[in-house]
Design a protein around this ligand. Structure first.
Ligand SMILES: [Zn+2]
Length: 94
């Protein structure tokens, strides 16, 4: 099947390789992140952040490929953090 393709447990979308920003405490070079804007995890995050912190923000599902630990990255809009997606060479995508 697709053993090399990690998918999001919340929406089933393929996780994207995402370059970890240098100004963070994470030591890994990249994480796997769900960038699906229809992901229920991401969508419910908006309401949760509003209720908990009164902030217009959400978060996306993130998997640390080195440890297998699931976490999240905070985002403030649909396009946030997308510039750090590492596009993998893959047939079919123009
Ligand atoms: Zn997802």
């Amino acid at each position: 099947m697709t053993e090399n393709r990690s998918t999001c447990p919340h929406c089933g979308d393929r996780l994207r390789k995402w370059r970890v920003p240098l100004d963070t405490t994470w030591s890994e070079p990249f994480f796997l992140v769900c960038f699906n804007n229809d992901c229920p995890y991401y969508k419910s995050g908006w309401r949760w952040m509003k209720e908990q912190y009164g902030q217009e923000a959400s978060y996306r599902y993130m998997l640390n490929p080195a440890t297998g630990a699931a976490s999240m990255i905070p985002v403030w809009d649909d396009s946030a953090m997308r510039e750090l997606i590492i596009e993998e060479a893959e047939g079919g995508e123009a």
